[in-house]
Ligand binder design. Structure first.
Ligand code: FE2
Length: 262
């Protein structure tokens, strides 16, 4: 099964530039690329920071862009998003019963649990007791099917001090809920870090994807108020799941065409 992961689009109100780039144009480029090379994906996951400042226009743009894709698209919010505005543009957005954008998706590869780590007005993430209670119930459901957890904020420090202060908070409470199901959790898909990153956290493999618009620099020292950005290639994730093998690829928006044969 192929899954496309788009993250951190940071769409602006009227298509304004952000860090010298047009998030709207970059999303168009990403959609073009998906249609050219990844139209066979079974689903597209959007892992937060869909808008830069939660504006209605940004979400309207997003809806129009996603309408071009042939596969179902599933959204979850990041710290830059606004749930109410997101719901105005996507009235069918899931609700976990407490107003949070959380859902369990049944797929041939297993169950994807999409979590809402947005704490209104804060750059860091949080799963409050209500969201954790929903997660506990969903983890317990679904028998022995493989589980894939998808969320915006990483529950770990990535060695990027400028970003690590904005990771998920309350990690021990999160771990307490997922630990009993550890054996069935095959992968953790995250956004927020604006870089293609892979590794494992407490034994759970994870991957993060680039932003189609702007990247965070691989700076393991800076810890000031500003997050260092860089001009590394924009892109999105292409995840291939085949039984117990999961491969997370980075698809750059430019330069990825076959140019020569090895
Ligand atoms: Fe972001």
């Amino acid at each position: 099964m192929k899954v496309v992961q788009l993250s951190d689009l940071h769409l602006t109100r009227d298509g304004d530039l952000l860090y010298g780039r047009s998030p709207r144009a970059r999303l168009t480029q990403a959609i073009d690329r998906i249609l050219a090379d990844d139209a066979d994906a079974s689903l597209c996951l959007l892992t937060g920071d869909l808008a830069d400042a939660g504006s209605d226009n940004a979400y309207t743009d997003l809806r129009a862009a996603l309408a071009r894709l042939p596969m179902p698209c599933h959204l979850l919010p990041g710290n830059h998003d606004d749930r109410a505005a997101l719901r105005r543009a996507f009235p069918a957005l899931p609700d976990d019963g407490n107003g949070f954008v959380q859902q369990a998706l049944a797929t041939p590869a297993g169950r994807f649990l999409l979590l809402d780590t947005l704490r209104d007005g804060k750059p860091w993430g949080l799963l409050c007791p209500a969201r954790l209670a929903w997660l506990a119930a969903e983890l317990a459901a679904g028998g022995d099917q493989p589980l894939f957890i998808t969320m915006h904020h990483p529950p770990f420090a990535a060695g990027l001090p400028a970003m690590d202060r904005f990771m998920l908070r309350g990690v021990d409470a999160f771990w307490e809920v997922i630990a009993p199901h550890r054996a069935r959790i095959r992968h953790l898909f995250i956004g927020h870090l604006h870089r293609p990153i892979g590794g494992s956290w407490r034994g759970i493999p994870f991957s993060c994807v680039a932003s189609p618009n702007h990247q965070v620099a691989l700076d393991t020292a800076s810890s000031g108020d500003d997050v260092p950005g860089c001009a590394e290639p924009a892109g999105y994730g292409v995840i291939l799941i085949d039984g117990d093998t999961i491969v997370a690829h980075h698809r750059p928006l430019a330069g990825g065409d076959t140019a020569f044969l090895l």
